[in-house]
Design a protein around this ligand. Structure first.
Ligand SMILES: C=C(O[C@@H]1C=C(C(=O)O)C=C[C@H]1O)C(=O)O
Length: 247
């Protein structure tokens, strides 16, 4: 390959299986990897600092050009466990929802579900860094990723957004997919896909080399997160994108 391919991966536990082969020394010539939280990966792809990223799917409509390059994604066919609306009161009493600054998809999903599924008259607020401390009274928050596992132990109520979407639409959900902002060489895509698959074939090894004090990682990787970008997930993705405001 004649030039580098900059790859942006999500720095959460959910992405470890997809990065396993690279962690264990696999190299694709010219490839460089950065790891960041999802909203940051999104802005890096939009500003062309990276060529491909495991980006929140909610930003796909904002890209001038986009290609979903992989058969693997961060999706769910049932409860996802790490994306929830957390509160101290039952959902119908919530008045304000703070939206995790690390997320692009789940915060958009929360808006869709609150308007069309739960039909709640709440106000939304952008999160500051310590937003989880503000979950009290009738103020709830969407929290994603590894921090959600901790929050599950703290909050009295948690509403799983993947489970709600599936109940609402009958379709699976895709949170993030490997999307490039330009065409990439076919041989890179083939090797990248193979690398993703490697960790999924070695889940026990991925579990043993990571730690999560608040949630069972084997369950997370095999029951909650669903990594294959199936036809059903693509349908769920299309349906979700139709709910988003036009960019
Ligand atoms: C299931 C998750 O999927 C994620 C949620 C994202 C989002 O809300 O923008 C983006 C990437 C994924 O890491 C999670 O982080 O818990």
């Amino acid at each position: 390959m004649d030039k580098t391919v900059k790859v942006g991966a999500v720095s959460y536990l959910n992405t470890k299986p997809l990065m396993y082969a690279f962690k264990h020394g696999l190299r694709i010539e010219g490839m460089e990897i950065v790891e960041e939280y999802p909203a940051k990966i999104a802005s890096m792809l939009l500003s062309n600092e990276i060529d491909v990223g495991l980006v929140p799917v909610a930003i796909i409509p904002k890209l001038k050009e986009h290609y979903i390059i992989s058969n693997y994604c961060i999706g769910a066919e049932q409860e996802v466990a790490s994306v929830c609306l957390f509160s101290e009161v039952p959902i119908e009493q919530i008045e304000k929802v703070i939206l995790d600054y690390q997320s692009k998809t789940s915060v958009a999903l929360a808006r869709v579900l609150i308007e069309h599924y739960w039909k709640l008259p709440v106000i939304f607020e952008e999160a500051g860094i310590n937003f989880r401390d503000e979950i009290k009274g009738t103020t709830a928050a969407v929290v994603i990723g590894d921090r959600a596992f901790e929050q599950r132990k703290i909050s009295a109520f948690n509403y799983d957004l993947a489970a709600a979407w599936i109940d609402f639409t009958g379709l699976p959900f895709v949170f993030a997919a490997w999307v490039s902002n330009k065409q990439l060489p076919e041989d890179f895509i083939l090797q990248f896909n193979e690398a993703n698959k490697k960790g999924l074939q070695n889940i026990d090894a991925v579990v043993s080399e990571n730690s999560s004090p608040n949630y069972d990682l084997k369950k997370y990787y095999t029951e909650n997160i669903s990594y294959e970008l199936t036809a059903g997930k693509r349908q769920g993705l299309e349906k979700f994108l139709r709910f988003l405001p036009k960019p």
